[in-house]
Design a protein around this ligand. Structure first.
Ligand code: SF4
Length: 612
């Protein structure tokens, strides 16, 4: 393949492990790439590179949305990349599991032994004895599909689920049928009111803040709803502080007052919604006095916010905070219903959402071409483990037991609940492989630790979920030490375990990426970092729901979800089709016995140094 020419930097699309960076001079050059963290912003980055070393990183001022901003995490990548603590070469455990005693080995030795132990375990127990552990700190979509090809061919136990956003997804999907947003640069010129609910954009969604301020300069009101007064909350017209876990009750109280002041949009309700009568009956049970008592929010605050939402074109941006307690899918549904009852949907200044995954769906149109290769005999009904119960699944799995884990882009020790269970689970494995940039608590338990590249050293395709501009992360330096790109590791493992037919020699990242994206998609143009590529309108309308059509079973915005009720038939759990309120488990109200012993509620606002 000919070299790609980005000014003075030539990137040769050779096999990924052989990416070569040729600089025509030793003068510093500035190369654009993109941050792949699991974050709303997907910031475009300018790396200054001299003599093959990054000397500085800045935000890209030309990016239409992130506009030169990087957060503290983004700026810290320079020191992270060159940290003396980076893993430099493969390691093999020589001491007791958990003690982190390792010796240096070659890649050949590590991969050879990992492959032969995997093959032996597969012969003894079957493919489901292996499972990956991966979570989303790094949002590239290509390497996980190449890994999925390996894991599917192997017949591994599948990993599913999420720690972070399932409740909010469910809330929106069972109300609007999809999760779509109006772009920030559009609503900021139209909206009259912004409601930020359970979200701390200053640290987790920073690019939105200038758009909020732009709308406020135009006269838009700002409402922030959060148990604590956030920095943005201190600038809001109204800052409501519900008791943690009572957002659903607050939304029902707001709805009650909207109906009381006749603030509903009757035309929208009549033409575009389903189940209003039943919803109204539920809302009638939530006068503001009751909502105030349950949530701790003064009734005047509830009334004022209800009036604003009823009278003004309103954008409601929800955050991850709403995913963190039981019944939160119903809290999210109750909030989404506020936009329905006031007709705050389908206009440039009116929408309700938390994130927008259209880019993921668009870019992974042909994902199964990679993960389920043509001609391979792959069992589709394999065991599925939800990541939140990963440690217990490893401990309890029988027939076959789980004896091997490949852990990458994740760190189960701090991520999973019950660290003692996680330790027990890792101790009982026959093979634990950790692919990471640093030693971690999990790596201390590994049989092999393999050094991974940072995003400055490998290609990534990163769908944004906070804006519409696609940009590939291109490697700006060659891999440091003996680190390898993730794809290379999975491809080599595949070839060594015996799936060489499915991992063709000489394939580059571009070959895998081309298989995934839709036909006709200009992959090359997004790899040219000079200009991020805006998602096409036909895939992601600028103003969702403007035709009044929703992707629900009724085709309408659903106050009542019969789909929820039908899924729940015969099953335990809360399958109420209405967005009713239930106290969270272990709240001071639901567990007064615990309140005696633990009178305080702890919530943990996000650190600016963590994703989300
Ligand atoms: S973590 Fe998010 S805000 Fe920070 S640099 Fe990366 S994409 Fe931007």
């Amino acid at each position: 393949m000919p070299p790609r020419d980005y000014g003075r930097l030539k990137i040769f699309a050779l096999p990924i492990s052989c990416c070569v960076f040729a600089l025509s001079s030793n003068a510093p050059i500035r190369i654009k790439t993109v941050c792949p963290r699991n974050c709303f912003d997907t910031c475009s980055i300018v790396a200054t590179v001299q003599d093959g070393k990054i000397t500085r990183i800045d935000g890209d001022p030309d990016h239409p949305i992130t506009r030169g901003h990087l957060c503290a995490k983004g700026y810290s990548y320079l020191s992270r990349t060159y940290s003396p603590e980076r893993l430099k070469y493969p390691l093999k455990r020589v001491g007791e599991r958990g003690k982190g005693k390792m010796i240096r080995v070659s890649w050949d030795e590590a991969m050879g032994e990992i492959a032969s132990r995997l093959k032996a375990l597969r012969s003894k127990y079957g493919g489901e004895t292996l499972i990956e552990y991966r979570y989303g700190g790094h949002r590239d979509i290509v390497a996980p599909l190449v890994a999925a090809r390996f894991l599917n061919l192997f017949g591994a136990t599948a990993l599913g689920g999420t720690f972070c956003d399932a409740s909010e997804y469910a809330g929106f999907l069972y109300t609007y049928g999809s999760l779509q947003s109006v772009p920030d640069e559009v609503w900021c010129e139209h909206t009259e009111c912004i409601v930020i609910w359970g979200h701390r954009p200053e640290t987790t969604h920073a690019h939105i803040v200038p758009f909020i301020f732009r709308a406020m300069e135009r006269g838009a009101k700002l409402v922030v709803i959060d148990p604590i007064v956030t920095p943005l909350g201190s600038k809001a017209d109204f800052c409501l502080q519900p008791r943690p876990g009572t957002d659903g009750a607050l939304a029902l109280g707001v709805a009650n007052h909207i109906l009381k002041i006749n603030g509903e949009d009757s035309d929208f309700i009549r033409n575009h919604t389903f189940g209003f009568k039943e919803y109204k009956k539920l809302v009638d049970e939530w006068p503001v006095e009751k909502a105030s008592k349950v949530t701790g929010v003064p009734k005047e605050g509830i009334q004022a916010v209800a009036k604003l939402i009823a009278e003004k074109d309103t954008i409601m941006q929800l955050g991850m905070g709403l995913n963190r307690y039981t019944n939160s899918h119903n809290a999210v549904r109750a909030i989404a219903c506020l936009a329905g009852v006031t007709g705050n949907l389908g206009r440039p200044g009116a929408c309700c959402y938390f994130l927008d995954k259209s880019a993921d769906h668009f870019l992974t149109t042909n994902a199964t071409r990679v993960s389920f290769p043509d001609g391979a005999d792959i069992r589709r009904d394999r065991r599925l483990v939800c990541i939140t119960g990963f440690n217990r699944a490893v401990l309890r799995a029988r027939d076959p037991p789980i004896r091997a884990v490949i852990c990458w882009r994740g760190n189960p020790m701090p991520q999973l609940m019950n660290v003692e269970d996680t330790k027990r689970a890792l101790r009982r494995l026959d093979l634990l492989v950790v692919i990471d940039q640093f030693m971690t608590d999990t790596a201390d338990y590994a049989d092999f630790v393999l050094p991974a590249c940072t995003f400055f050293e490998q290609y990534n395709l990163v769908p944004p979920y906070g804006h519409r501009y696609l940009q590939a992360a291109i490697p700006v330096i060659a891999p440091l030490h003996e680190a390898r790109p993730d794809i290379d590791i999975w491809v080599e493992l595949g070839r060594r375990v015996g799936f060489g037919n499915y991992f063709p020699e000489g394939w580059t990242w571009l070959d895998w990426a081309r298989m995934i994206v839709p036909e006709g998609f200009p992959l090359e143009s997004i790899i040219n970092p000079a200009k991020p590529y805006r998602m096409p309108e036909d895939r992601r309308p600028e103003v969702p729901f403007k035709d009044g059509i929703f992707q629900t079973p009724s085709g309408k915005m659903e106050f009542v979800s019969n789909e929820i009720a039908s899924y729940g038939k015969g099953k335990e759990g809360d399958w109420n089709p209405l967005p009713h309120y239930v106290e969270p488990d272990e709240s001071p109200e639901s567990r007064p016995d615990l309140k005696q012993r633990y009178p305080l509620i702890m919530i943990s606002p996000l650190s600016p140094m963590r994703t989300h």
